[in-house]
Write a protein that binds this ligand. Structure first.
Ligand SMILES: [Mg+2]
Length: 178
């Protein structure tokens, strides 16, 4: 059992077509996402989504559009009774250790404070090196996925990080853990 499972958003649970999404119409879960999450929900009572959305700072993403997308995500999890506790997002380019923006650990510290999460007993899953770096900074278990930007980051992740597992996608990750 994990105290919590932290999920990156774009490239992890959903497609990442152009690096940012500014319209809920362009937001598409992978076809395996909810089957995988059903399996993962046998391992935890708490999911969190932690997502870098610096497009908010550059104006590529409007806050009301981000909120629409997140309402959609919350309702899709709720339909399936998946225990999504909160979506955290970073809206800037701050790169400090405690910054919200991954690899900063700010979003994880917020979850720890707001929900009493034991990060060392938790898992981070993502398709970018920053997901793995943030997870390692929090002493979490980490799974690096090759969906989204994963293939582009694979060499760098192998050089700089030690993910607990590297998997083709979220479904394979869920099967590996069970
Ligand atoms: Mg991603």
């Amino acid at each position: 059992m994990f105290d919590a499972i932290f999920l990156d958003r774009d490239g992890t649970i959903s497609h990442d077509p152009y690096g940012y999404i500014n319209d809920v119409k362009d937001y598409h879960f992978f076809d395996f996402t909810f089957d995988a999450l059903e399996k993962l929900s046998t391992l935890t009572n708490r999911f969190f989504i932690v997502t870098n959305q610096s497009g908010l700072a550059t104006g590529k993403i409007k806050i009301e559009n981000l909120e629409n997308i997140h309402s959609f995500i919350i309702s899709e999890f709720a339909k399936r009774k998946l225990p999504l506790k909160k979506i955290y997002y970073a809206d800037n380019y701050d790169e400090g250790f405690h910054s919200l923006r991954k690899p900063g650990i700010g979003m994880f510290e917020k979850a720890k404070d707001e929900f009493g999460i034991n990060l060392e007993n938790s898992l981070m899953i993502g398709d970018s090196i920053v997901d793995i770096e943030a997870g390692e900074r929090c002493k979490m278990k980490t799974i690096f996925l090759l969906t989204g930007m994963g293939n582009d980051y694979l060499d760098e992740v192998n050089k700089k990080c030690k993910p607990s597992f590297i998997c083709d996608n979220l479904m394979q990750a869920s099967e590996k853990l069970l």
